[in-house]
Design a protein. Structure first.
Length: 924
């Protein structure tokens, strides 16, 4: 029982223990919950109290809180100095900040920084009072007293620091420390990097200054443009004013007055007319009567005398001006030509004027023959004749053949004498005068301008820019030579060792860009020179007048009659070529590049150099408008051919003529035209020549081959090829122009047989290669800029072609036409050509129209013999064009001599010799 009680009492104890422990546990739980609330409350209370204290301390500083407040304020100023004004709120703020962020190291750093900032402020204030400087020793009490009583300085703390800094580091050191400390504190406070701030600040400054510079540049550009505009406007105004002045002058010269009433009859209304009897309206009858009174002649007699006066006046005018005037009457043409010639030769200087009058003039109007002088080149100008030693011979001949009485225009005669001579000439116009060919005078052509091209300064600038451009791409060069041509200038550069030529060529576009040039051509290297040539177009082009070339000694002294004044090369030198040596020339270039002008200069060169008996021309002009102007000149063998079909016949006639000439050469045992003509000449001298005549050289000019090739390609190609292959020795020369340098026009065969080429500007390198077998013509500038590549040149030469205007051409043609040398065309040739045209075949007929080609049998035999059938073989064997050879092959196939085409394989030969013989017997 007792055990049970014990156990029951024990269990009670246990339960009471557990209860008390439970109650303890519940109590601690309540305490833990209440703790943060107490802290927050306490904090809040502390903050409120502090806030109140801060306000109190703050207000004390303004003397509004009584005596106690003032004392407190003195203490504050004694400790903090001037910072005492901000200290109460600052301390409150720092405590609050510290409480809110308790435990945060960042907050602690910031608090320290704040304190430092306040201290620094205090030091600055202390320094401003000048006390540290004045104090000889450190007295903390003094500082406190001074700051407290005067309410200035930095207080005890900052004052002490200021004193030590000043005395140990001096003013500069103190300021440096202050600045550094301030920056560090601000960086810590704000978390903003000072270095990146400086960086971004300097970037902003830089950007702003760059913007400013761009803006200033823009403004300067605008100003320049405005100035340019202003200048252009002023120049335009100046030009208009000059024009107006000029017009005014012309008006005055024409006696045209504007703004004046032309009705000058006197009316009755005007008072003064009634008063003055001597003034009255005049009419023609009155005038005639008065004239009769004064001169004593009738009106008819007066009119005659007036006409006489007029004609004298006109004559005087012509003599003085030496130029053909349009108002001059018909029948004066020749006279004016002579006067013009005379005047033009007067310009040539005293030697010419005194000693040697133009023999061509005298030739026409003299009684004797002067053949031997007329056609020699050295007799073209008196000075040249004198130089060449021909002067004496000429004078002898001149004295013998021309008594002074018959010299209407003897040199050195006075103007009146010339007038009279010209009058006499006019009167004796009806007398039969022997007509001889007179070379056209050079005065028919226009002289070129003396000056032009870029100045030396400009050239040097371009050279420098060229050098600099290359240098920027790492290519160092030395400019060794500059040669200025009429349209382009060539800069010769010598690259430094180790510079690849291909690099310079590769930079052509960059050079073009930097020089602002339209196109440049690079010759790398210049053959035969250790240099690279860069051809840059001139800013100012110089036209090369044909007259300048024809007057040059290069042309005048050129030995061949077929001299061609081509133009001026890159060094400005006159280029004259011999057509006879070319012997055939192909001219190609895009439309408008200068082909027709080139052909005109070629024809004019011949007209000025060759007598029509020595050189004949056949002109083929399917374009109709280009060469028709030459119709009527004595050099033409037949009128200008414009019909392509007829042109083909003319070419075929040329082939026949060539064969005929070869036959003649064979008969006379000579090799070429020169030999033949020499033989005929000796025979003529011996009187054995009979009907035989010297043969002229013939130049066949085709302007636009494409038009002919379109109409009858086979015949044209064949004729051209045959001529080109053989005509040289026979004195026949081909000049062929085309604007379509494609392979269907300039076939391989034509190209192979035309060794001299002239390329004008073309649109692509492919075209350039078709003409010259090389690139380059696509870089030309047009307007007569050409690559001249005659036989014998190692590379094409860049030449600015001569220019002759349509007016000059028609003037010269007019001059030649007026010579009326009889029937100028060869009727024989004309007939032959029309026969060829009508006939299906002709002398060198292609066999078109007839059943089988004339080479059919020979071709078949040849193929059977060789046991091989190919068109190329036939072409080579019979010297025929591709078309004709292909046609023969088709006929052979039809006849069963050869088999059908089998792709690229050669055709089979199907007949033996005997079989073909039998076939001929049966069919032909
Ligand atoms: N040597 C030159 N000097 C100056 N200008 C030239 C020269 N040659 C040609 N020109 C100019 O180029 C223009 C065209 O020349 P041209 O008629 O000869 O060209 P083209 O090649 O014959 O053209 P197309 O094939 O269309 O007849 C001329 O009117 C002239 O103004």
């Amino acid at each position: 029982m007792a055990q049970t009680r014990k156990s029951s009492s024990g269990s009670r104890k246990k339960s009471s223990k557990s209860r008390s422990s439970k109650a303890r546990t519940t109590n601690t739980g309540n305490n833990r919950k209440a703790e943060p609330m107490d802290v927050a409350l306490r904090n809040e209370i502390v903050l409120i109290v502090l806030f109140a204290a801060a306000i109190f301390l703050f207000l004390c500083n303004f003397g509004i809180v009584g005596v106690m407040g003032n004392t407190v304020s003195d203490v504050q100023f004694g400790i903090f100095g001037l910072t005492a004004y901000v200290m109460p709120p600052a301390i409150f703020f720092m405590i609050a900040f510290g409480m809110v962020n308790s435990g945060s190291s960042i907050a602690a750093r910031k608090l320290v920084a704040g304190v430092v900032v306040l201290l620094l402020l205090g030091i600055v204030f202390e320094l401003f009072t000048g006390a540290p400087e004045a104090a000889t020793e450190y007295q903390i009490g003094e500082i406190y007293k001074r700051c407290g009583s005067t309410h200035s300085g930095g207080g005890v703390l900052a004052g002490s620091l200021a004193y030590f800094c000043y005395h140990f580091l001096g003013l500069a050191g103190t300021i440096l420390i202050l600045v550094v400390a301030a920056i560090i504190s601000i960086v810590v406070l704000t978390d903003k990097s000072f270095v990146s701030g400086v960086k971004s600040g300097s970037r902003k400054v830089y950007e702003r200054s760059a913007e400013d510079a761009a803006y200033r540049r823009e403004r300067a550009k605008e100003r320049r443009a405005q100035q340019e505009e202003e200048r252009a406007r002023r120049e335009e105004e100046k030009r208009i004013r000059a024009e107006e002045r000029e017009n005014e002058k012309i008006l005055r010269m024409d006696k045209k007055v504007s703004g004046v009433m032309i009705d000058t009859s006197l009316t009755a209304k005007e008072e003064w007319t009634r008063e003055r009897d001597d003034i009255h309206e005049i009419n023609l009858t009155d005038f005639e009567e008065q004239m009769e009174e004064v001169t004593g002649r009738t009106p008819e007699e007066n009119e005659e005398s007036a006409l006489d006066n007029q004609s004298t006046f006109q004559f005087d005018k012509i003599r003085i001006n030496g130029a053909y005037t349009e108002e001059y009457e018909d029948g004066y043409d020749e006279l004016s030509e002579i006067t013009e010639l005379f005047a033009s030769q007067e310009d040539k200087g005293p030697v010419y004027k005194k000693n040697v009058p133009d023999e061509r003039v005298f030739e026409d109007y003299s009684m004797g023959s002067r053949d031997e002088y007329a056609h020699e080149p050295e007799n073209i100008s008196g000075q040249e004749a004198a130089k060449a030693g021909g002067k004496k011979a000429w004078e002898e001949g001149f004295a013998k053949e021309k008594p002074s009485a018959e010299m209407p225009f003897a040199a050195g005669s006075t103007g009146d004498e010339q007038c009279n001579a010209a009058k006499n000439l006019r009167m004796s116009e009806k007398k039969p005068v022997p007509k001889k060919y007179i070379f056209p005078p050079l005065s028919k052509l226009v002289k070129g301008k003396e000056k032009g091209g870029d100045s030396t300064k400009e050239l040097k600038e371009t050279a420098l820019r060229l050098q600099q451009t290359l240098q920027t791409f790492g290519v160092r060069v030395t400019i060794t030579d500059i040669s200025q041509g009429p349209s382009v200038t060539r800069f010769e550069l010598q690259p430094e060792q180790g510079v690849k030529v291909s690099k310079i060529v590769g930079l052509s576009d960059d050079i073009k860009l930097n020089l602002a040039a339209t196109d440049i051509r690079i010759e790398a290297p210049i053959p035969g020179k250790a240099a690279v040539g860069i051809e840059v177009p001139n800013k100012e082009n110089m036209m090369v007048a044909l007259r300048d070339l024809l007057e040059s000694k290069e042309f005048q002294g050129f030995p061949s009659k077929l001299a061609f004044a081509v133009g001026k090369d890159i060094g400005g030198k006159v280029v004259v070529a011999d057509i006879a040596k070319m012997p055939h020339m192909l001219i190609a270039g895009a439309t408008g590049s200068g082909k027709s002008v080139c052909i005109n200069t070629l024809i004019m060169s011949i007209l000025y150099k060759a007598h029509p008996d020595d050189v004949k021309l056949i002109m083929v002009d399917p374009k109709v408008v280009e060469l028709s102007v030459y119709n009527g000149i004595p050099h033409l063998l037949i009128p200008v051919v414009t019909d392509p079909k007829k042109a083909s016949s003319a070419l075929q006639w040329s082939v026949a003529e060539m064969n005929d000439r070869y036959q003649k050469f064979a008969d006379f045992n000579v090799r070429d035209l020169k030999g033949y003509n020499k033989k005929i000449e000796t025979m003529q001298e011996k009187g054995e020549a009979g009907d035989l005549k010297k043969l002229p050289q013939i130049v066949i000019i085709v302007d636009e081959l494409a038009d002919l090739m379109m109409v009858c390609p086979g015949e044209v190609e064949e004729s051209i090829c045959r001529l080109a292959q053989l005509a040289r020795a026979a004195g026949l020369h081909l000049i062929i122009a085309t604007q379509r340098p494609s392979v269907d026009v300039i076939t391989g065969l034509i190209k192979a047989n035309m060794p001299s080429r002239v390329a004008f500007s073309v649109s692509s390198g492919v075209d350039s290669r078709t003409i010259l077998d090389m690139n380059g013509a696509e870089k030309l500038l047009g307007k007569g800029d050409m690559l001249f590549y005659p036989q014998g040149y190692s590379k094409p030469a860049r030449v600015q072609g001569a220019f002759v205007s349509d007016k000059e051409v028609s003037d010269v043609v007019e001059f030649l036409k007026n010579q009326t040398l009889g029937n100028i065309y060869d009727t024989d040739v004309q007939e032959k050509i029309s026969t060829i045209g009508n006939a299906a075949g002709g002398p060198a007929g292609s066999g078109e129209g007839s059943e089988r080609d004339q080479y059919f049998v020979e071709a078949a035999k040849f193929i059977i013999e060789k046991d091989k059938a190919s068109i190329g073989m036939l072409q080579r064997m019979f010297k025929i064009g591709f078309n004709r050879a292909a046609r023969i092959m088709d006929q052979l196939c039809e006849a069963g001599v050869v088999g059908e085409e089998e792709g690229t394989k050669p055709r089979k030969v199907l007949m033996s010799e005997e079989q073909f013989e039998r076939f001929i017997e049966e069919t032909l």
